[in-house]
Design a binder for this molecule. Structure first.
Ligand code: PRP
Ligand code: URA
Length: 209
């Protein structure tokens, strides 16, 4: 699939299996979502540009590499995207964090916006939109719409589990957006839940089931 990157690292796959397991409680679920997000952050930042810098080691002057002045932003979709923020910030602590509040109306399954607060310079930033679940793609597409309306041009989407339907919907509306995921599952069920998925990510993270 074009513009879809599935992270098949054994640690990510192992931890994702425990996340999926219905017997995993909220504490372990949260910890593992954070850990997987950190491992995914390592992969998603692989192509960040480097620049040469000169430093003094205790031995001599040395030419070394550092990430060049790229401005990064991470944008969790509330609520479940919050579970991925700390893992990302552990590896990219200088990233600014925006928030987009959306929930999926249980009747219409359409996303409803209730909050949006972004860094003022989103147009200059490489943005990584975070949401563990890409189901119908309605929420992610709406969030990308908001980001584009605010001037963002460089947007990636990072999730834990994507349904083929969600990938197709996001790419139909936003063909240039790269999707990074730990798994592409089989399909959606009649309630637009991902199969096999992990259930309701927000409820499992925050114990509201
Ligand atoms: C879940 C999930 C996504 C959305 C995915 O959020 O975290 O945001 O559903 O579904 P979609 O691709 O069909 O739009 P939910 O609406 O349950 O809200 P929550 O995070 O507040 O629990
Ligand atoms: N939202 C979730 O939390 N889980 C799904 O499977 C689909 C949407």
């Amino acid at each position: 699939m074009e513009n879809v990157f599935v992270f098949d690292h054994p640690l990510i796959q192992h931890k994702l299996t425990i996340i999926r397991d219905e017997t995993t409680g909220a504490k372990e679920f949260r910890e593992l979502v954070e850990e997987v997000s950190m491992l995914m952050a390592y992969e998603v930042t692989r192509n960040l540009p480097l620049e040469d810098v000169e430093i003094n080691t205790p031995i001599c002057r040395a030419k070394c590499k550092m990430i060049s002045g790229k401005k990064l932003g991470i944008v969790p979709i509330l609520r479940a995207g919050l579970g991925m923020v700390n893992g990302m910030l552990k590896l990219i602590p200088a990233a600014k964090v925006g928030h987009i509040g959306l929930y999926r109306d249980p009747e219409t399954l359409k996303p409803v916006e209730y909050y949006c607060k972004l860094p003022p310079d989103v147009h200059e930033r490489e943005l990584i939109l975070l949401d563990p679940m890409l189901a119908t793609g309605g929420s992610a597409s709406a969030a990308i719409d908001f980001l584009k309306k605010k001037g963002a041009a460089n947007i990636k989407l990072m999730c834990l589990i994507a349904a083929p339907e969600g990938i197709e919907a996001v790419h139909k509306r936003h063909p240039g957006v790269e999707i990074y995921t730990a798994a592409v599952d089989q399909c959606l069920n009649d309630h637009a839940y991902i199969v096999p998925g992990l259930g309701d990510a927000g409820d499992r993270l925050f114990g509201t089931k």
